[in-house]
Ligand binder design. Structure first.
Ligand SMILES: *Cc1c(COP(=O)(O)O)cnc(C)c1O
Length: 403
């Protein structure tokens, strides 16, 4: 598990959003995102470090996240949807200082919208290349766009058959500004997987057809595969938000979020009884239960029923019974045991907060409890938490940090 850097610097609340009466609290450390960007940029150097902020910056809020990244010197952003790109353009209005790519590609009829907002499509097939070419010809403007080549995901990007057509007729990409050639790795979080090298070789050969055009294959995990995968630009997403790039060694990324659930009720059960839907947990002896205001509608995945834990400091409190939509129930016995063994733990009361994701259980640990990946934990957090964005009163820009 990652170690949390206990900072002594002054942190202030920079922004608060979300429902005003929400009991549970999601704290997002913008300085940690800035530090993660700088670490990735240093790793990637001399390649450019872009940032992926799709899905509302992996659920953390694209406004504050994109602004802190831009302040670190990030000049290229990727989102999945056209609407996400339009929103991001509103946050970063200067087209000359923020290139915005739309990974999901160019659908029919969207050309003028891309143009009007200064956005760059990632052209994923020959039809999209043709569409952008025609639009640029009609407008007499060689507008920028990326081409994506599939090298092993079989998801988005030109399949091999279309790549052969494009390589035989380079003119197909001559009527717009080809600003990036990219591909995507399937197994970058498993450094020893042979597909990493296979895709790297295939991509290296393919980009020889585009001399002088910047190339990119690495997302977060790819940055850590080594220099052969960095090319001219890297596109990390999840590592910016504190998730580990792979399983080898400690997580180099700073933790970004802390999720605290508010206790609504303390429930003393002294006769044998069951807990929650489906009566999936039976209490034998006297037990004190805390009912907390967060459930599967708030990203506490239902698989965490009878399995996940919350924390009070380092003391883990097991989730008893099923996770419901709005609530979880926690076994407070470990606190009693801690008191008996001499730990001075003040009893919990309604209104107190317990850590659901935090210093003693980070995003990756919760993901492991839930048999999933950090990406799903982050993007499932939902919109019902009070969100508190913290950071130093004036976070240094990358230029200031290196001065
Ligand atoms: C989501 C995505 C990324 C970012 O991936 P992370 O693993 O979050 O760093 C980069 N490139 C493409 C094509 C993506 O879809």
């Amino acid at each position: 598990m990652a170690t949390w850097t206990v900072t002594t610097k002054t942190m202030v609340i920079l922004e608060e959003t979300g429902p005003p009466h929400a009991g549970s609290l999601l704290t997002i450390d913008l300085d940690a995102i800035g530090a993660n960007y700088r670490l990735l940029a240093e790793r990637a150097h001399p390649a450019e470090c872009a940032a992926v902020v799709k899905a509302d910056a992996y659920g953390l809020g694209v406004g504050p996240v994109a602004r802190i990244l831009a302040r670190q010197g990030c000049a290229t952003f990727f989102v999945a949807h056209l609407d996400e790109a339009i929103e991001l353009r509103g946050i970063l209005p200067r087209v000359d200082s923020a290139a915005i790519y739309v990974l999901n590609g160019l659908l029919s009829g969207e050309e003028a919208t891309f143009h009007a907002h200064g956005l760059r499509p990632v052209l994923n097939d020959l039809g999209q290349i043709d569409r952008w070419s025609r639009y640029c010809s009609a407008e007499s403007k060689p507008l920028p766009a990326a081409i994506q080549l599939d090298t092993g995901m079989s998801r988005l990007g030109l399949p091999l058959s279309e790549q052969a057509v494009l390589f035989a007729q380079p003119d197909l990409a001559s009527r717009f500004q080809l600003s990036l050639v990219m591909s995507h790795l399937a197994c970058a979080d498993t450094p020893e997987h042979p597909l990493n090298r296979t895709q790297q070789r295939e991509f290296s050969t393919a980009i020889q057809h585009f001399p002088g055009v910047p190339a990119s294959i690495a997302a977060s995990s790819g940055v850590f595969l080594g220099p052969d995968w960095r090319f001219d630009l890297v596109r990390p997403g999840v590592c910016l938000y504190g998730v580990k790039p792979n399983d080898s060694g400690p997580n180099p990324m700073a933790q970004v979020i802390r999720l605290q659930g508010k206790i609504l009720q303390i429930h003393d059960v002294d006769t044998p009884r069951t807990v929650g839907y489906g009566a999936s947990h039976r209490i034998g002896g006297p037990t004190r239960i805390a009912t907390v205001a967060a459930g599967y509608a708030d990203g506490l995945l239902r698989i965490l029923s009878n399995r996940g834990v919350a924390h009070v400091g380092e003391i883990a409190l097991p989730i008893l019974g099923r996770v419901s939509m709005d609530l979880i129930t926690l076994d407070l016995s470990p606190l009693g045991n801690a008191t008996e063994t001499g730990g001075a733990v003040t009893p919990l009361q309604p209104g107190d907060l317990v850590d659901l994701i935090g210093p003693y259980r980070d995003v990756d640990a919760v993901a492991a409890d839930a048999d999933t990946i950090g990406y799903e934990i982050l993007t499932s957090l939902g919109s019902r938490y009070r969100r508190r964005y913290i950071g130093a009163p004036s976070a240094p820009s990358i230029a200031e940090a290196h001065a």
